[in-house]
Write a protein that binds this ligand. Structure first.
Ligand code: HEM
Length: 421
């Protein structure tokens, strides 16, 4: 269906495009979302090809309701659009944290919360700061440096440490993570989309299986995999299969979102040096600034739910059982909630962004992400005077996370740091 009602939409699209990764990589999605919010805030898309029709929800209030209201909208059949795109049944209903509804959700979530508590992450301050400084220094040492890969490995090194994954597997696992979210991107595809996702899942599952077997039920200081080894669910101890799927969602959750936020941070620092200069003199505003970087980045583009009952939304009736996609990227620019939504403003307050979601599935790693991103920002402001985008920027082709594949930057050192050397 092409919606052509005024106001004029500069983006010509058809329903299946919303599931096509390449469309997301090459289209001004913000223009499209602005149009949908205005003229068709809740509409039913028909992707064709025997795939289920699905609802597209773009306003902040409706996106929040879909994500928050677990009695109306269920996560059990999967939460990533690829379920529709690939026409696959969900693999982990009621076993993988993201694919559960309360009360089952609480059983899995409460113990896992400990593995990524901000207080625990903060004990790794030195490691995180060191990783950030190393990445920044590599860029400073070069004239032009493609920093995209370093942001991925920064995230992977922290998650790998907290999960207890062997460092020699991080590079390979990072590639495999990208295969699951960018299965149509030539850099990551290994055969067709289905084959790519299967291969990636297999490799990740094998990695977690191996590690699960190495943990015991009485380790005194368990890492995240160790915590899963010790978890008791209502039906008994967590199984290897359950640990595999939860390891999978944790690894993906952490490692595609944080790099995208960092790359957005660099592009915004290049575009708005004055705002970052102000921030340097007001470090107390770092958290406010980070919220704006997250709103701007909106690392997770869209999430899925399935209606449990008939629900009225914006005059439309969503029938029980129908898939509903909630577009976070759109909600974060909703003019009904944000003044001047297309202006990047590091002092924006209030900032009701939904980058981490809302409701029971609110990102379990939000605290960890905030600690790590804040540390990175502190180091960046300390070491780098200016950022310039110094070459062609390439985005990952994905309808889940519109990350960066290539981001050539030129960093100039801060004079004080340069003088001290
Ligand atoms: C900038 C960084 C991050 C962003 C923007 C982000 C975004 C999100 C969003 C939007 C959700 C909600 C999913 C839903 O409602 O279905 C979510 C959930 C989740 N995130 Fe994150 N995330 C980030 C970092 C992390 C990190 C560091 C981890 C690893 C610890 C992580 C692991 C997860 C997991 C496992 C869930 C599912 C939680 C549940 O179902 O209860 N995320 N994240």
């Amino acid at each position: 269906m092409i919606i052509s009602t005024p106001p004029f939409c500069p983006v010509q699209f058809d329903d299946p495009d919303l599931l096509r990764s390449a469309f997301h990589a090459t289209t001004d999605m913000h223009a499209l979302w602005a149009h949908l919010r205005e003229v068709a805030p809740v509409y039913k898309a028909d992707p064709g090809g025997g795939r289920e029709q699905f609802w597209v929800v773009t306003r902040h209030a409706d996106v929040s309701r879909v994500l928050r209201s677990h009695t109306e909208f269920s996560s059990r059949r999967g939460t990533i659009l690829s379920v529709l795109d690939l026409n696959t049944p969900d693999i982990a209903t009621d076993d993988m944290l993201a694919d559960t509804d309360p009360p089952r959700h609480r059983e899995l979530r409460e113990p896992l919360n400990h593995a990524f508590a901000p207080s625990l992450v903060a004990t790794h301050d030195k490691l995180i700061r060191g990783l950030a400084r190393d990445a920044i220094q590599r860029a400073l040492d070069a004239d032009v440096y493609d920093i995209a890969h370093d942001t991925m490995m920064f995230a992977m090194s922290i998650t790998g440490t907290l999960m207890g994954l062997p460092p020699e597997s991080w590079e390979r696992l990072m590639h495999v993570v990208m295969m699951t979210i960018a299965y149509e991107d030539p850099t990551y595809a290994a055969g067709n989309a289905m084959a790519t996702v299967r291969q990636a899942r297999h490799q990740m599952f094998e990695a977690f299986k191996e590690q699960f077997a190495l943990r015991t039920r009485d380790d005194e200081h368990p890492d995240a995999i160790g915590i899963m080894r010790q978890m008791d669910l209502s039906e008994g101890p967590m199984t290897e299969q359950q640990a595999m799927v939860n390891g999978y969602v944790l690894l993906i959750g952490a490692n595609v979102t944080t790099p995208h936020t960092l790359c957005t941070l660099f592009t915004q620092m290049a575009e708005h040096p004055d705002q970052f200069e102000r921030l340097r003199h007001h470090p107390e505003d770092l958290q406010i600034a980070l919220a704006e970087v997250l709103r701007w980045a909106s690392p997770v583009t869209a999430l899925m739910r399935y209606a449990i009952q008939d629900v009225e939304l914006q005059g439309q009736t969503i029938r029980a059982g129908e898939p509903v996609s909630a577009w976070l990227g759109s909600a974060n620019r909703d003019e009904r909630v944000f003044d001047d939504p297309y202006t990047f403003d590091l002092t924006r307050r209030p900032n009701r962004h939904v980058a981490f979601g809302v409701g029971p599935h609110y990102c379990i790693g939000a605290g960890m992400a905030k600690v790590t991103l804040q540390i990175f920002m502190e180091e960046l402001l300390d070491m780098v005077e200016t950022v310039e985008i110094a070459g062609e920027v390439q985005h990952v082709a994905s309808h889940f996370v519109p990350g960066y594949k290539s981001l050539p930057v030129r960093f100039t050192p801060r004079k004080t740091v340069a003088a001290a050397r």
